[in-house]
Design a protein around this ligand. Structure first.
Ligand code: ADP
Ligand code: MG
Length: 581
């Protein structure tokens, strides 16, 4: 007794590829065995030809049949972790059970990296568990291979679903560990502010990665595990009963020093990534950072639109007003100033800055240079003079890697030295070297406000929108939707939004979500809402309607992962089509 779907696919055999369009809609999948009852296939989009992006399908299993433990799925964090776990299992099963030969088709799912993020790939709903799949339908030339399609959709696909979406088929202990770890990490993140900390790095953490282009941990035999200096060691008791111990980086200004190649950037990078939860065995699962920590770097060439960079950059030779600064081509120092001000206005409470990726003239200016170039000929007030007022006025802490200059000793609350990857607290020694006559303003007793309240930035209706280039508009003169190209680029019409410097954007699927967010932002821009209000509205939709709400598509939303508020701002702010009123 063959299913209706199998029948349809067999009759399509040998027809033109467009015949697959018939599949659109809902299909009950055959109960190959008792376990797969309650399994449905929803075909939302069928690819037009074998070379187009794969078809979008969802497979649903009733919650009864899935039988996921209630205590794991009762809260949003639990559901995020369960969905992340199921996504990883579906990805494995799809690799294993998808046919190997080209032409036989294939099944895949948006693949997660080392971070546990809210994703569209698996949804734990009230009625069913749903996996959103990408299915390349089998073809010979441009003809349908109906029997291969039947094997793919009525055999492989139910097997994938039955072996991944049912609790009975899963490693129940591993699922529970995954959820428990996620909840513990998020709980720890919640505790940081109350403990006066901006970040936590556990003893035993493995920070270095396998390679510069890999997010996987370095082999533990090659890595020196992290060990906290005694003076900064703290412990947390977590809901699961686990206690973690490690270095707490306090609020205020922390400078990381040490010789070249002693692990400074590696530590800072792990802290950057610590805004996201990580999977077990990552090595950074207990590197936990406040959620609003933002990495800032120089990014010459970026666009800046209407940002008040006057705390850092005064009168420019061109006579440009830096209280509402715009450029299509920022310099190293102006780009870093703009990114910093944008981050603070987007509610960043911790800045993470590495000398390796900073503009020197933005960071410091030495005595000899001060003597040669009079203050009124130098528009830049270096960060070293603003770092304390930022903390005093705005409550913004900074973690800074500075191996090449002692200028920040004067303003640091804590100085941590790395020696062969092992940190020691050298605050006392560094303070002994600080210069009492330094020109650096402590900022603590300052009366004037350096960081004035942001004047509202209101995008023009329909902005940001690319109008340049031949590719800007599609059929009917409507603007083409934005598309992600890997992790670091969003293409919209003739414009590319370059996100390569947005280092906390971890996952290409977050970039895919940001691409949709740019389109939604352009719809929300009505000439009254500010950039900040638009971003808050998008976050509100994600919170109340889920991540699917960013997608323009009904049903299968595409593979997306949730970006933070800060990456939403970063994408909007880098868009060359952002026009303000
Ligand atoms: P720095 O910024 O101080 O110059 P990096 O952080 O770039 O140094 O690290 C230099 C090298 O050491 C990198 O290849 C990095 O992967 C490696 N490394 C960093 N921390 C460790 C560690 N704890 N154990 C082993 N190797 C490490
Ligand atoms: Mg470095």
């Amino acid at each position: 007794d063959r299913s209706a779907l199998e029948h349809t696919l067999t009759t399509l055999d040998g027809r033109g590829y467009a015949g697959y369009k018939q599949l659109r809609g809902t299909h009950e999948l055959p109960p190959g065995d008792a376990e797969t009852t309650g399994l449905r296939l929803l075909v939302d989009h069928v690819q037009v030809d074998p070379y187009a992006p794969p078809s979008l399908m969802r497979v649903q299993l009733d919650r009864d049949a899935a039988d996921l433990p209630e205590d794991l799925t009762a809260d949003a964090r639990g559901r995020t972790a369960v969905a992340d776990f199921l996504t990883r299992r579906v990805a494995e099963a799809a690799r294993r059970l998808s046919p190997g030969r080209p032409g036989d088709g294939s099944i895949s799912i948006g693949r997660p990296g080392q971070q546990v993020l809210e994703r569209t790939s698996v949804v734990i709903g009230a009625q069913h568990v749903e996996a959103r799949l990408h299915v390349a339908l089998p073809a010979a030339g441009r003809r349908i291979r109906g029997r291969a399609a039947a094997r793919l959709l009525t055999e492989a696909l139910p097997q994938i679903a039955a072996s991944t979406l049912r609790h009975a088929a899963l490693d129940a202990a591993a699922l529970r560990r995954h959820v428990t770890l996620h909840r513990d990490q998020q709980h720890l993140r919640d505790q940081l502010a109350g403990a006066g900390l901006v970040a936590f790095v556990a003893d035993g953490a493995v920070l270095p990665r396998r390679a510069g282009d890999s997010d996987l941990p370095l082999d533990s035999s090659a890595a020196t595990p992290f060990r906290s200096p005694d003076s900064l060691r703290v412990s947390f008791d977590l809901p699961s009963g686990v206690q973690v111990t490690g270095m707490g980086i306090p609020e205020g200004i922390t400078v990381i020093i040490g010789g070249g190649y002693h692990g400074k950037s590696t530590l800072l990078r792990a802290v950057e990534r610590g805004v996201h939860p990580h999977v077990g065995d990552d090595g950074r699962e207990w590197v936990v950072t406040r959620p609003d920590a933002v990495a800032i770097r120089a990014e010459d060439g970026r666009a800046v639109t209407g940002v008040d960079i006057s705390p850092f950059i005064g009168d420019l030779p061109s006579g440009t007003d830096t209280r509402r600064f715009s450029t299509t081509n920022a310099s190293g120092s102006t780009s870093q100033a703009a990114s910093l001000v944008e981050a603070v206005q987007a509610q960043a409470d911790v800045l993470l800055i590495d000398e390796d990726t900073s503009a020197t003239n933005f960071m410091i200016r030495d005595e000899r240079m001060r003597r040669l170039i009079p203050a009124d000929r130098e528009p830049i007030t270096p960060f070293v003079e603003r770092i304390r007022p930022l903390h005093a006025e705005q409550g913004v802490s900074t973690i800074l890697v500075a191996g090449g200059s002692g200028a920040f000793f004067d303003v640091a609350d804590h100085v941590i030295a790395l020696d062969s990857y092992v940190p020691t607290d050298v605050t006392e020694q560094a303070k002994a070297l600080a210069e009492p006559t330094s020109s650096v303003d402590s900022g603590e007793g300052a009366t004037e406000t350096l960081f004035a309240a942001a004047s509202p930035r209101v995008p023009e209706p329909g902005s940001p929108r690319s109008d340049s280039g031949p590719g800007a508009r599609g059929r009917g003169g409507r603007p083409k939707p934005a598309r992600a190209r890997g992790r670091a680029v969003i293409q919209q019409g003739g414009d590319d939004v370059d996100l390569s410097a947005v280092s906390q954007l971890m996952d290409p699927l977050q970039t895919a979500a940001l691409a949709h967010a740019l389109d939604r932002a352009a719809e929300l821009a009505d000439g009254r809402r500010t950039v900040a209000e638009i971003v808050e509205e998008l976050l509100h939709r994600m919170d109340t309607q889920g991540l699917d709400s960013l997608s323009p598509h009904q049903g299968h939303p595409g593979a997306l992962a949730r970006p933070r508020r800060h990456e939403l701002h970063a994408a909007l702010n880098r868009h060359r089509g952002l026009r303000l009123r």
